[in-house]
Design a protein around this ligand. Structure first.
Ligand code: GLA
Length: 389
């Protein structure tokens, strides 16, 4: 993989000078969905799938970008003096956004770069290929310009800033944090209110984590995401008329039940209910995992799906079919939608002996009902972003 990328780099940009290589992973969230912009907890882990970069310094202020994943797009050439978003810039808006966010913080990028990228995260699948690209750019800049005081948490925050303010998606911190801070065989129990976190070992000797890609992405994704966020913010304001709280994540279920009358609109009330209950469910799920109670963990995952489907309404027909099919397979411990929603992937925990029948049954039946194939990845949890050489 890396060899192919450096070969391609040399073919495109010439072979002299030092070439450095980097990697940033995609992520899957095990539980805690749509809680990260509500001051709640999330529980993602970084994958061994991710995005690689080969990079070389330039003497001028030119930037050249090339991705093996978008080969027909060719080499995009721009400059450090032209860090503005544009539709025609396509995927390069992600690295450019991070450069812009560094400069905005007074972190001066003093020379240009030649960059070539290759990623094995399926694009648009909800496994955070864009967050990986942002974090990848962050570690490239930190290393290239010796920004030693910039921590990996800073890199996640800078990536989120770029996503929010350069690329226009109002996402929370989860994806960038997971890509930057991941740890092999662990999930990250992150309190998005304080950014304090704890690594929890994911020891599953008898089971596998399987990601199923529905291969659909409904176009309302960004607008619906921003709308959900807005609904939660309004609900919080209404709740604040009755209680001194700073986020939905600071409420227990009981407190919410007492206060929920202040949220006038029933749809908005459902959204807030999801955010509160999902946060508490996440705390409980991590506790269950620590106690080695995988069955309870799986049950909470499945409850999370029901809430995302019925209260938060971010699922869709294809994903519900995948989850329903998964639930019906003996040996499936839990299954749910993962990520922002409206398509993308599900995450399931499946007993070792049921993996083959899971892929077979869910795969066949999905094809029959939806008319195209789903894709399955039996995944490993890998380390976060890092320099390779
Ligand atoms: C997307 C966002 C995250 C998070 C999830 C939902 O992946 O980028 O910040 O809000 O959706 O949990």
């Amino acid at each position: 993989m890396l060899e192919k990328l450096t070969e391609k780099f040399k073919e495109l940009y010439g072979s002299d000078g030092e070439i450095r290589t980097y990697f940033a992973p995609g992520r899957v969230n095990l539980i805690g969905e749509h809680t990260d912009y509500n001051g709640g907890h999330v529980f993602p882990c970084s994958l061994t799938l991710g995005t690689y970069a080969a990079v070389r310094d330039r003497k001028d202020r030119t930037l050249r970008f090339y991705s093996m994943n978008f080969d027909s797009f060719g080499i995009a050439e721009t400059s450090l003096d032209d860090l503005v978003p544009g539709k025609e810039a396509s995927w390069t808006n992600y690295p450019k956004g991070v450069m812009w966010a560094f400069e905005k913080r007074g972190l001066k990028l003093t020379h240009g770069l030649d960059i070539a990228i290759y990623g094995d995260i399926p694009n648009g699948s909800g496994l955070s290929s864009s967050a990986a690209l942002e974090v990848l750019t962050g570690i490239i800049l930190k290393d290239t310009f010796d920004f030693d005081h910039i921590s990996m948490t800073d890199i996640a925050l800078i990536g989120q800033d770029a996503e929010n303010n350069f690329n226009g998606c109002n996402c929370g911190i989860m994806d960038q944090f997971a890509s930057a801070m991941g740890k092999k065989d662990h999930a990250i129990f992150l309190d998005t209110n304080t950014l304090s976190y704890e690594y929890a070992p994911v020891k599953l000797p008898d089971a596998k984590i399987i990601i199923t890609n529905s291969k659909v992405k409904h176009s309302l994704v960004d607008s619906a995401y921003n709308q959900r966020r807005q609904e939660c913010e309004t609900a919080l304001k209404e709740l604040q008329t009755a209680a001194d709280i700073h986020s939905l994540g600071s409420l227990t279920e009981e407190e919410f039940e007492c206060l929920k009358g202040t949220v006038k609109d029933p749809v908005r009330r459902k959204r807030a209910e999801h955010a509160v209950y999902e946060n508490q469910r996440t705390i409980r799920a991590v506790e269950a995992l620590k106690n080695n109670d995988i069955a309870l963990f799986g049950k909470l995952m499945s409850q999370s799906h029901e809430s995302l489907r019925d209260k938060y309404e971010v699922s869709c027909e294809e994903i519900d079919i995948l989850v329903n099919l998964a639930w019906a397979v003996p040996g499936v411990i839990g299954s749910r939608i993962t990520g922002g929603g409206f398509g993308g992937c599900t995450v399931s925990i499946v007993k070792n002996e049921a993996v083959d029948s899971f892929i077979q049954t869910v795969g066949d039946e999905y094809l029959k009902q939806i008319g195209h194939k789903a894709e399955f990845y039996v995944v490993d949890i890998g380390d976060g972003a890092r320099k390779l050489s």
